[in-house]
Design a protein around this ligand. Structure first.
Ligand code: NAP
Length: 308
C-alpha cells in the first residue's frame, strides 16, 4: 500500500475524469487518475467529434482524450494505467485497490463511464471481431464496399448507419419498433442517405461459419422469421454504466447509474460521480467535462468542511 494519501483519486480517464483532475490539480489538490487503457474513455471510439466547442473543424476522439490528459498533467495531476479491482469508499480515507497496488485518498471521483450493451444472442462473443462490432467509427473501414447492418434506433445507431453509408456498399438499419428514438436532425439525414430501414425486427440468431454471414430476424408484430445476409453487424442498442465495482456502497438507479445531481455528490460523503456513469439527461463529452469540473469543485468544498 502507498503511504501517501491523495486529496483526490479519479477512477476513469475519460473527459469527466481528466476534467476533474485538471480542476483539482489547478486548485492545488494532490490528484491521481487511474485509467484502464488510454486517455479519453469511450470517446476514443469516435472518429470525429463535432459538438465539443472550440474545434471548428471537429477533432478526433483519441486526440481530444490525449489533450485533456496533457492539460491535467501540466498542473501536476498524476496518472497510472491500472484497472481498479475494488474500492472501499466509506470512511474519511478511501482505499482503492488495483491488481498491484493500493492507493488512499480523502475524496474519490467515480468517472468510469458506460460500455456498449450486447444483444445477448447466442454466439455474440465468439463473433466479436469476426463480423460483429460495436463501434462504426473504429471498425467501419474493415467493411469498405461490403454489406452491413446497424442494430438499434437511437442516436448512436443512426450516427453509425450514416458513417457506414459513406464507406459500405449497402447498409441496413434494423430496429425493433416502427419509429426511431434518434433526434430529428439525425433522422432527416438518415432518410436521405440510402440506408434501408428494417422496421419491427429483432435479431434472434447469428448466421455464421468462421465469421458472421448474416442474421435471422423476427418480425416483432407477426412473429415471422427471415434471414438477412451480411458481412458485418454493428450493434448500437445503448450502453451500460461501468459501476458494478461500487454496488452496495453508492446508491444507484435500477439501470446501475450512480445517483447524483448536478453537484455530482453521491450518497457517500467525499465520493462524487461524473460523466456517463451518473444519472443524467444528456450523455455527451461536454456534459461529462462539465461534471468533472463540478466534481472537483464539490470535492474542494467537502475537503474544506473536513478541515474547518
Ligand atoms: P439509446 O438512445 O438508449 O438507444 C438505444 C436503442 O437501442 C433504442 O432505439 C432501443 O430501442 C434499442 N434497444 C435497446 N435495447 C435493445 C435490445 N435488447 N434489443 C434491440 N434493440 C434494443 O442509446 P444510444 O443510441 O447509444 O444513445 C445513448 C445516449 O447518447 C443518448 O442519450 C443519445 O442521445 C446520446 N448520443 C448522442 C449523440 C449526439 O447527439 N451526437 C450521438 C450518439 C449518442 P427502443 O427505441 O425501442 O427503446
Amino acid at each position: 500500500m502507498e503511504d501517501k494519501i491523495y486529496d483526490m483519486i479519479v477512477i476513469g480517464g475519460g473527459p469527466a475524469g481528466y476534467t476533474a483532475a485538471l480542476y483539482a490539480a489547478r486548485s492545488g489538490l494532490s490528484t491521481l487518475v487511474l485509467e484502464k487503457l488510454t486517455a479519453g474513455g469511450q470517446m476514443t471510439n469516435t472518429e470525429q467529434i463535432d459538438n465539443y466547442p472550440g474545434f471548428p473543424e471537429g477533432i478526433g476522439g483519441f486526440e481530444l482524450g490525449e489533450r485533456m490528459q496533457k492539460a491535467a498533467l501540466r498542473f501536476g495531476a498524476e496518472n497510472q494505467f491500472a484497472e481498479v479491482k475494488s474500492a472501499e469508499l466509506a470512511g474519511q480515507v478511501k482505499r482503492i485497490r488495483t491488481r498491484k497496488k493500493e492507493f488512499q485518498a480523502r475524496t474519490v471521483v467515480l468517472a468510469t463511464g458506460a460500455y456498449p450493451r450486447k444483444t445477448g444472442v447466442e454466439g455474440e462473443d465468439r463473433l466479436v471481431g469476426r463480423g460483429v462490432a460495436y463501434c462504426a467509427a473504429c471498425d467501419g473501414m474493415f467493411y469498405k464496399d461490403k454489406t452491413v447492418a446497424v442494430y438499434g434506433g437511437g442516436n448512436s445507431a443512426v450516427e453509425d448507419a450514416l458513417l457506414l453509408s459513406r464507406i459500405c456498399k449497402k447498409v441496413y438499419l434494423i430496429h425493433r419498433r416502427d419509429a426511431l428514438r434518434a433526434t430529428k436532425v439525425y433522422q432527416d439525414a438518415l432518410f436521405q442517405s440510402g440506408v434501408e430501414m428494417v422496421w419491427n425486427s429483432r435479431i434472434t440468431s447469428f448466421l455464421s461459419d468462421k465469421r458472421l454471414t448474416g442474421v435471422e430476424l423476427e418480425d416483432t408484430k407477426t412473429g415471422e422469421k427471415r434471414e438477412l445476409l451480411l458481412d458485418g453487424l454493428f450493434v448500437a442498442i445503448g450502453r451500460i454504466p461501468d459501476t458494478k465495482l461500487f454496488a452496495g456502497q453508492v446508491d444507484m438507479d435500477e439501470a446501475g447509474y450512480l445517483i447524483a445531481d448536478e453537484t455530482t455528490r453521491t450518497s457517500l460523503p467525499g465520493v462524487f460521480a461524473a460523466g456517463d456513469a451518473r444519472t443524467k439527461q444528456l450523455r455527451q463529452v461536454i456534459t461529462a467535462a462539465s461534471d468533472g469540473a463540478m466534481a472537483a469543485w464539490s470535492a474542494e468544498g467537502y475537503l474544506a468542511e473536513q478541515h474547518s
